[in-house]
Every structure is written in C-alpha cells, then in structure tokens.
Design a protein around this ligand. Sequence first.
Ligand code: SF4
Length: 152
Amino acid sequence: MHRLYENEDISVFWDSDKCRHAKECVNGCPEAFNIMRKPWIDISKAPTSQVWQAVSKCPSGALTCIYNHGVRIEYDKENSRSIAFVDDKTVGECDYEKTQNGWVIYHTEVDEKYTGKGIAKRLVYRLIEQAERSKTDVSATCSYAAKVLGNI
Ligand code: SF4
C-alpha cells in the first residue's frame, strides 16, 4: 500500500511493504502516527518539525518525506493524470491509461527548472494511491513510475 500525506510544507510517503513495525514513528510523534486511529497517519495533528523528525527515524524507509517547495499536486480524474502546480502554472504531470488489467502509468515529466525536488515521486504516488483506493491494479511502462512501484 502506498500513501501520500501532504500539508503546506511537506509531503510524507508511506510504503506499507517496507514497514517493519518498529514504531519509531509512533513513539516519535504519537499525534501524527497513531495505530489506534484510521487513518493511522494524520500529519495535520502535529507541527511539521515533529513529523519530519519522526519520519527521519523510520529505520526501514517505509516513511520518507520531502519539502514541497511551494509545489502542489492534484489528481485530474477526467484527464487520467496527476498534475504539479506552482500557483496556476503547470510544472509537471504523470499520465496513465485505463486497460483491462488496471491503470498503466506511461509518462512522468517535470519541468527541468523544478527537477530534484521530489515532484515526480509525489506525482506517481498520488496516482498509485488513487488506484489503490479505487481497488484498481496499477503498473507502469514509465521506468521512473515502475521504480517507485517497486517493479524494477
Ligand atoms: S517507524 Fe517506519 S518501520 Fe517503524 S512503524 Fe513507523 S513506518 Fe513502520
């Protein structure tokens, strides 16, 4: 399971396959990481600095986080894609097609001025999460998205 949690400042990625249940996150910031709650991650419940610190202690790499750099990510269902915006300007997108075997992500692109900020990962994660929430299989022919999915 892949999940993307965002606030104004940071994005937190969670990959359940990597989680070793060491609970460093729960012990480090119980307000944001609470296994008795659904959803168990809610980064709005704690200051960004505390969330960041707790995530950085995750020993397995199941939790990772990055700064948003003023970039927001939206899911565009109508056009089968996720889009990255800075204000109203599009700075990246990730596209998928619907097939008999589920969604296939075939393209991920970020404006070269905005590379190195984790935008591609956020774009891909948003689509993977959306597919998983819709109980739809997701795969990728885009090599970057396939890497994020753990397929290569
Ligand atoms: S710290 Fe990482 S490995 Fe441990 S429970 Fe949290 S997500 Fe899982």
